[in-house]
Design a protein around this ligand. Structure first.
Ligand SMILES: [Zn+2]
Length: 253
């Protein structure tokens, strides 16, 4: 990752100025998928300075990491204010997470449901780890707000996407780092069709078209087959969820 800078812009500020700046800065967990793209648009419409962070953990769909820069750039082009607000991108290497978690997300295996009711794409504690690293980065970047696209409505059974998990983690991070971070989850209580609706509210048809075309959700990393809802293999759980959400959005729109 790029070193977290301690730029003179930040160090020359008084504590009061620093606190005011701190409150206007957000860090978005940005994977390049539909949800995190919507979260980035949400953050750009609210905060004065928005940075992004992505994690490389040996995921099969590493293509989503390569979609990130194109998508970030396309989102910044939505309007001049967003372009002004979009700051640095950070990538954190978490190869050890991939090595520890032998799942269908990190190796070439069929995606199935395990006996414990969780899909075998579940990487234990992935969101806890991502948010903890994001908070450490936010601390260094003098940033109060952390935004993640986790969602309890379509959460595929991942327990670290639950609202209670995120709230408990916010308390733990604030105690453990002596901070007042706010973990924002704008998608927590909405489904995929409503996520498209939120997209429309944030940036109209242009934003929908950008996210539909440039974001990546497919677990298998397929960028060759284009569907009405975007690129993907069309039959992994992520594609099925995305296709279903798009269908519902179209029916309701
Ligand atoms: Zn797929």
């Amino acid at each position: 990752m790029k070193p977290a800078s301690s730029s003179s812009e930040q160090t020359s500020l008084s504590p009061a100025q620093r606190s005011a700046t701190h409150n206007k800065r957000a860090l978005v967990l940005f994977s390049g998928g539909q949800d995190s793209a919507t979260c980035l648009a949400w953050a750009l419409s609210r905060f004065e300075h928005v940075e992004t962070v992505g994690f490389a953990y040996g995921q099969r769909h590493a293509v989503e990491l390569t979609c990130r820069e194109t998508l970030r750039h396309a989102l910044a082009q939505q309007n001049p204010l967003w372009a002004e607000r979009l700051g640095e991108d950070h990538t954190i290497d978490l190869a050890s997470l991939g090595a520890l978690s032998d799942t269908a997300l990190t190796r070439d295996a069929e995606i199935t449901m395990a006996e414990n009711g969780l899909p075998n794409t579940f990487v234990p504690g992935r969101n806890l780890i991502f948010l903890t690293f994001a908070a450490a980065l936010a601390f260094r970047r003098d940033t109060r707000h952390i935004v993640t696209g986790v969602c309890e409505t379509d959460y595929s059974g991942y327990p670290d996407c639950r609202d209670d998990t995120i709230k408990a983690l916010q308390v733990a991070l604030n105690l453990g780092m002596e901070q007042r971070f706010v973990l924002h989850t704008p998608l927590m209580w909405i489904n995929k069709a409503q996520t498209w609706q939120l997209c429309h509210e944030l940036g109209g048809k242009t934003l929908i078209e950008t996210i539909r075309h440039e974001s990546h959700s497919c677990y298998k990393g397929d960028r060759t087959h284009e569907h009405a809802w975007g690129f993907g293999c069309g039959d992994c759980p992520a594609c099925e969820l995305r296709a279903e959400g798009w269908k519902q959005y179209q029916e309701g729109a």
